[in-house]
Design a protein around this ligand. Sequence first.
Ligand code: AMP
Length: 501
Amino acid sequence: MCGIIGLVGLEGTRISPTLYDGLLVLQHRGQDAAGILTSTESRVFHRRANGLVRDVFQMKHIELLQGSMGLGHVRYPTAGGSSAAEAQPFYTNSPFGLSIAHNGNLTNSEELINDLHRKDHRRINTDSDSEALLNLLAAELQRVASGRKGISESLDEDTVFQAIERLHERAVGSYSLLAMITGWGLIAVRDIHGIRPLCMGSRYNDGQKEYLFASESVALDVLEFQMERDIEPGEAVIVRSNGKVSSRMCAPAAEHRPCIFEHVYFSRPDSTIDGISVHEARLEMGRVLGQRILEERPDLQIDVVVPVPDSGRIAALELATTLGVQYREGFVKNRYIGRTFIMPGQSVRKDSVRKKLNTISNEFNGKNVLIVDDSIVRGNTSKRIVQMARSAGAEKVFFASCAPPVIHPNVYGIDMPARHEYIAYNRSIDEIRSEIGADWLIYQNLEDLVSACTLGGNQKMTFDCSCFNGEYVAGNIDSAYLEKLESKRKDGSKYRQQAMT
Ligand code: AMP
C-alpha cells in the first residue's frame, strides 16, 4: 500500500510545504520511503529516500523543492524491493519531462517490462512495477505525440488522453496514478476497476483555484481543500499548470470494485472513499458482528469489550453498545513504535507485539473479556494479546475479528505474507481458536462485512474482496502467478531482500 498526493497551486508559489504536510497525513499508508517532486515552468526538483516523511525531509530540502506544481509519495513496498532507488516519485526526461507517483500493483509487470524492452526500447532499472508504469506512459505519450506531428506541435490534452487509453490496454492490476508533465500539468488516473482510492479537491488562493489529488480525503480536509469528487474508474483528469481542468473516460466501462481492506484496516477513519465513510463502515462492522454474537451465543456472559488499539477501536465501541456491555481500554499502546507487521523475520515480530502493547490489569482481572481487532492475518498479534489478557487475570478470553479469515494472497497492493503463513491457512475456526489460545473466536462473515461497508445497503457498491474470497477482479491471476508471489513473500526471502538493500 502506498499514499499519493499531487497539487497544482497558484502560479508563482512554492507548494512543497503543502505537499510535505499532505504526506504527513498519508503516512499511515506507507512508512518505508517518502518522496516529493516539484516542477517549475522548465525543470523539476526531487527528493526521495527511505524512511518516514519527517526523517526524509528537512527544512533545507523543502526550500529547495521549487515550483507551483508537484507530486508526493509514501511507500509501503509490495512489488520489487525496499531500496532507495525504488522510492517514488519516479522521473524520466523523455518525453516532455514525465514523473509519476503510483499506488497499487500491476499483475502483468513481468510481461509489461519485457514488452517495453522489446517493442518500445525502454530499459527498466528496478523490479518496480511503478517504474514499468512510468515507462509505459512515457512510451505511449511518445507514440501518440509523434503520430500527431504536424497536427499540433505542442502537447495537448487529447494526446495525453489517447496515451492513457493505450496505457489501460496494456496495464493489468490496480493503479491509482498521479503523473506530472514538467511545466505543463498534472494527470490523475484510476484503473478501470477503481481498486485503489483517489480523490480530488480544490480551494481558492488569491482568487485562483488550486487543485489537490490524494489517496484519501483526509489529506484534503487537513490541507483545507474542499472535496470535489472521487476519480472514476478508467477516468483521467488533467489539470494544466494554469488551472484549466478537463477529464475523459479513457477505458470502456468496467465494474467499479474498490478494495474492501481499505475500510477494514488501511484507510484513516476520517476519510470518505467513493462516497462511503470509513468511520461509519467500521461502526457498522461492530454493530453487525455484535448482532451475530447475540444471535449465536447469547450465553457467553461477556463482562467487558476491549479493543486492540488502534485498529479495533471504532468497531469495538459499537459492538459493545450492541451487546449492552461495557467498553474498556485494557491495552495501552506505545505510539512511538512502528508497525509490527513490517518487521522482517518472525521472531522479531512476535516480540514486538509485547513491546508495543501493555495491559491495565484492572480491566481484565476476574472478567470474561471479548477482545476485538479489525482482522487476523498471521495471528501473532492475537495470540500474544490473548496471552497478555490471561496474564492480567482474565477469567475467559473471547476474540472477535471484524473481517473474515484472510486466506488468499492480495495481488492489488496490500503487502500480505505468503499463504502458508496466514493463521487461517488450512485451519478450521476451532483450530485457529486453539492456536491463538482463546476460549471462543468469531470472525465476521464476508456478507456482513460487505453489508457494513455499504452502510447496510444504503450505498451501492461491489468490492474487491480477493483476500477473503480469492476472486481477482482484474483477471489474469493463475496458480503460476500466485506460486511466484508466494516465493517472493516468504519471510526468509523478504529478509534476504532487505538485507541486500
Ligand atoms: P497478525 O495477525 O499478527 O498478522 O496481525 C494482524 C494485525 O495487523 C491486524 O489486526 C491489523 O491491525 C494489522 N494488519 C492487517 N493487515 C495488515 C497489512 N497488510 N499490513 C500491516 N498491518 C496489517
